[in-house]
Design a protein. Structure first.
Length: 95
């Protein structure tokens, strides 16, 4: 199913979390709370891996697809994209 902003907006939460799959492991998860998150699900070194691409609506479909394609290329090059994913900055501790 091709995801669009309109389609994503129209997806309603259900009693249990569910996923809408697009291509090559690109997935939108809808939680019972109504929260929606983009993920890339892939196999790396024989293991199933899941990488968060962003949450909707803060991350739009175009940006999520771009992140997905970058991650797909990394996997094809033998790089686990989770290792190169930017981590949220941690506040510095001052004593």
């Amino acid at each position: 199913m091709k995801l669009t902003e309109l389609k994503i907006r129209s997806l309603q939460p259900q009693e249990k979390e569910y996923s809408v799959r697009e291509v090559e492991g690109f997935v939108l998860r809808v939680r019972p709370s109504g929260a929606k998150s983009y993920y890339y699900i892939y196999d790396f070194n024989g293991k199933r891996c899941k990488m968060l691409l962003g949450t909707w609506p803060a991350t739009g479909i175009a940006e999520a697809r771009k992140k997905h394609m970058e991650a797909v290329l990394q996997v094809k090059r033998g790089i686990d994209p989770r290792q190169t994913q930017k981590q949220p900055e941690q506040p510095e501790e001052h004593f």
